[in-house]
Design a protein around this ligand. Sequence first.
Ligand SMILES: *Cc1c(COP(=O)(O)O)cnc(C)c1O
Length: 711
Amino acid sequence: MNDKKSYTGIDGFRFLAAFFIIAIHTSPLSSFSETGDFVLTRVFARVAVPFFFMTSGFFLISRYHYYPKKRRDFVKRTAFIYGISILIYLPVNIYNHYFEMDYLAPNFIKDIFFDGTFYHLWYLPASAIGAELAWFLVKKFDYKNAFTASFVLYLIGLFGDSYYGFSEQIAGLKGFYGLVFQISDYTRNGIFFAPVFFVMGGWFADNRRSSFFSKSWRGFLISFTLMIVEAFSLRHFGTQRHDSMYVCLIPCMYFLFQVILQFQGKRLVKIRTISLILYIIHPMMILGVRIFAKVVHLQKLLIENSFLHYLMVCLASMIVAFFVSYLHRNYLPKKKVYQSEKDRSYIELNLKNLEHNVKVLQRAMKPRCKLMAVVKTEAYGHGAYEVSIHLNKMGVRAFAVASVEEGIRLREYGIKGEILILGYTAVHRAADLRKYDLSQTLIDFDYASALNKQGITVNVHIKIDTGMHRLGIAVEDTAKVKKVFTMKNLNVSGIFTHLSCSDSRCTDDVLFTKGQLGHFYELLDELKRNGISIPRLHMQSSYGFLNYPDQICSFVRVGIALYGVKSSPMDDTVMKLDLRPVLSLKTRVILIRFVKKGEYVGYGRSFFAERDSRIAILPIGYGDGVPRNLSNGNGKVRIGGYLVPVIGRVCMDQLAVDITDTKDIMVGDTAVLIGDSAEDEISAPVIAESFGSISNELLCRMGARLPVVVK
Ligand SMILES: *Cc1c(COP(=O)(O)O)cnc(C)c1O
C-alpha cells in the first residue's frame, strides 16, 4: 500500500537526484581527478534518471486496475511540461543554428520523440513513452512477466549503449543498431531504457514488504561496487558508445529504492516541483554562469575550476527553481490531487481499521489458528483488490472466495498463500484449479468422484454437512468421507463444516450449534481410529468465532467481522471485540434545486412538496448498491453536520434529499450514505436493518460500479 508516510525518502532523493543530473552535465571533479569524475558522473549519477522513472512508475503504475485515467493524465502532463521546455530552449536552439540543420523535418520529429530538442530534454518523451509501454505490459501480463519483457528491451538497449562495442563486431547486430540509431541517437530512450524502471517502480508500490534496512544497504553497496567494476571494464575495453546503461544498474536501483522507501516522515511536497524545475532549467543556468563569468572576467574561477563551476550552476539553478516554484504555488492554478474518482460516488476504505480488525481477531484466536480472510463478492463490496493486497502485505496467507473466477482474479493480483473456493466449481475447471493453485471445496461425494476423474491433481477441503443442509457430505456418511481420502487426484488439505445458527444466543440455537460441532468432532475421531491423519480443520465463520471461540482449529473463516461491522445492530456475542468499520459510502452534491410547494419529486411523484423546498441531487442509486427500500424518508444521508432524509424514490443512478432545513450545504459537498464509525446512525447494520436485511447483503451490493478510494 502506498502508505503516505513513506514518501519522504522519495521526495528527499528527488532533490539529490536533480543535483546528480547537474553533475552529469558539468563534471564537477574533472579539474581534479579524471577517474573521480568518471565514478561520479558516469557511474554514480547514473542512478538519477532511473530513480525518476521508478518514482513515476511507483505513483503511476501502482493500482493501475482502478485508475485507467491516470495514464492519460500522466502523459498529458508530461507532454505539457515538454512543450513548455521546448519553448524555453527555443532561443538557445536558434542561437545554435538548430533550425538550419540538414533534413530538419525528420530530425525534428526524431528529436521530439526520442532525443529531445535540447540535450537533456530526452527525459520527457522517454517518460511518456516508458509510461505507456510499462502500463501496457503490466496490464497485459503481470508484474513478473512485464518485468521480463521490459528487461529484454533493456538488454537490447544495453547492447546499443555501453556494450555497443560487442554488437559492433557482429554484422547483423551492427545493422540492427544502425537502423535503431536512425530513429534515435541513443538506445537510452523511452522504448529500451525507461520501461523496466517504470515497471519496477509500480511493483514496489504494490508489493511492499518491510525489508531490512541493513540488508538493502548491503545489497546496494554490493551492486554499486559491481557497477563500478563493470563501468571501468567497459571503459577499459572501449565498448561504450554511451554510458547510461549497465547490467548492474538494475539490482542497484532495486536496492537503492528499497533503501529510499525506508525513510519515513512528512511529505516534502514542494521538492517535487523544485526537482523537476531544477532538471529542466539547469542547462540554461550553465549558459548563464558562463555568460556571467565572461562579463565579470572570472572565467578562471567559475569555469575552469570544475567544482566551483558546479556549485555556481547548482546555486543559480536553485535560486531560479525556488522562485519559479513560488510563482507556481501562488499564481498558477493548483494541480488537483489526483482523485477524480471522488468526483461522483465512491467507496472509501479505512485500511487502518482493517489492520486493526485483523490484529484484534488474530490476538483473540487460539495459538496456531490462522485467519482465513473471506473476500468473496469483492470482499463484501469493499474491493477485493485493495483488501486482499493489504491483507497479504500484513502477512495474512489464507483467503476464501466463492467462485473459481474470484480465485483466479486474486492470483492475478499477485496474492500469495492458500485460496479456498467455498462454493461450486464445474469439474472441468480442474486445470484452472491446478494452474492457479486454488483449493476446491468438495460439495458432496459425487462431486468429489467427478473431480477426481478429471485426472488432474488438485488441492481440496472436504466440506461436512452437520445440519446446515446446504453443501457438504453428510456427517453420518463416514464411509464416503473415508473414501475421499483414497481418491488419488484429490489432495485433501482441509476438512470443515459450517454452523447454521452460530449468530444466535437462544438456548435452542446454542444446543443445535453444539450438536453440529459435536457430530463433526465424532466424525474426526472415527477418521483417526481408521488411521487417517486429520488435515487442517475449520468450522467457524465470524459469528461462529465470536460465540464459540474455544474451538481448536487451523483456520477461522472471517468475513463480516473483518470488515468491522455486525450483521445486525442488536447482535450480541460471547466474545466482545473492538471491531471497526472499514467502509464508508460517499458521494457528492451535484445539484441543488428549488421545488415549489405543490410540486413533486422523482418517479411516481412519490414526494409531494408540502412547502417550498430545497433539494440536493446525489449521483448514486440502486445501480451502485443503495437499496431502493431507502426511498421516501426511509434512508438518511449525512451532509456536513446534517442528517437529511431521502425523498422520492431511489433511482438507478440518482437520488434526492431534502435540505430545506439546512444552511450552507453547497454543490460539491461530500454526502455520506454509510459511515465508518460503529456508533454511526448511518452505519451499515442500522441501514441494513431499516430495510429488513443484514450488513452482509448491503455491503455486497456495492461492488459493481463504484471506485474504491483509500482514505
Ligand atoms: C461466507 C462464508 C463465511 C464468512 O462468513 P461471515 O459470517 O461473513 O464471517 C464463512 N464460511 C463460509 C462457508 C462462507 O460461505
